[in-house]
Design a protein around this ligand. Structure first.
Ligand code: ZN
Ligand code: ZN
Length: 256
């Protein structure tokens, strides 16, 4: 299973160790979130994506979704399936695909112009696509948010998405006998713990507390690091001295 951290900066710069937007490619045909997915410079890469799973409706996770759907649209059998909780789909319909911010692709699809197919995801109900099993599990963020445990035979990767301190997701992750990696957010430096708690995100210290909820043999890749604070956050994560903590790099692909 190949996990690619989709890059989100338009140019390389001193702060591109951080993440302006959030999305992952899983192999070639599945995306988790669409922060930067629709801004990938190779339309062929975008067109291979057939399934987009959304963790929640925050802008940094859906920013390029409208553009992505327009770019890859072809009539016929090439319809992308958007998998999300009913509440998330409702937010998209009301606030994005509302014929003001962007054309109502969801409504148009129901009337026969197949821009996108929607599929409602429910917590703890696994979805099988393209040889992988995706298990959605709720996490603790300011709006309803699902993390995903993604499995092939012999390997599971955990992508909890945006979350503050959480429990249910780790309980479920601990059940996977073959957990190979976790991609966990580390949004703000330790000095901004107040903001992290209000916005239900993590700092490096809070990241360490979450990481200790699983065996120390499981690698934790830090992602969703706010670009403005990337140097501080990375220094604090490194300073934890935990050998299983690694820094995720935008644009990098990982094999499991
Ligand atoms: Zn969020
Ligand atoms: Zn986010």
């Amino acid at each position: 299973m190949k996990i690619t951290l989709v890059p989100s900066a338009v140019t390389e710069g001193q702060d591109t160790r951080g993440f302006f937007l959030s999305s992952y490619l899983v192999n070639d045909s599945i995306a988790i979130d669409a922060g930067g997915l629709g801004f990938l410079g190779d339309v062929g890469v975008q067109a291979r994506v057939r399934h987009v799973f959304l963790t929640h409706a925050h802008m940094d996770h859906i920013a390029s979704l409208p553009v992505f759907l327009e770019t890859v649209f072809q009539s016929g059998d090439h319809t992308v399936t958007l998998h999300a909780e009913a509440t998330t789909l409702e937010i998209l319909r009301r606030d994005v695909f509302n014929d003001r911010v962007w054309p109502d692709f969801i409504g148009m699809s129901e009337k026969g112009l197949p821009f996108v197919r929607t599929s409602i995801v429910e917590p703890h109900r696994a979805v099988d696509v393209d040889g992988l099993r995706l298990l959605p599990v709720p996490v603790d963020h300011v709006i309803p948010t699902l993390g995903f445990l993604i499995s092939r035979p012999g390997a599971t990767v955990a992508i909890p998405s945006d979350t503050g301190p959480t429990e249910e997701f780790w309980r479920e992750a601990a059940r996977a006998p073959d957990l190979k990696a976790v991609f966990l957010e580390a949004s703000f430096p330790d000095a901004m713990e107040g903001l992290a708690r209000i916005s239900k995100h993590l700092t490096p210290s809070m990241f360490a507390t979450e990481a200790r909820k699983l065996p120390s043999s499981v690698p934790f890749y830090a992602v969703h690091i706010k670009p403005r604070f990337a140097a501080r956050v990375i220094a604090e994560l490194t300073g934890l001295g935990m050998p299983n903590i690694r820094i995720g790099r935008p644009g990098e692909a990982y094999d499991f």
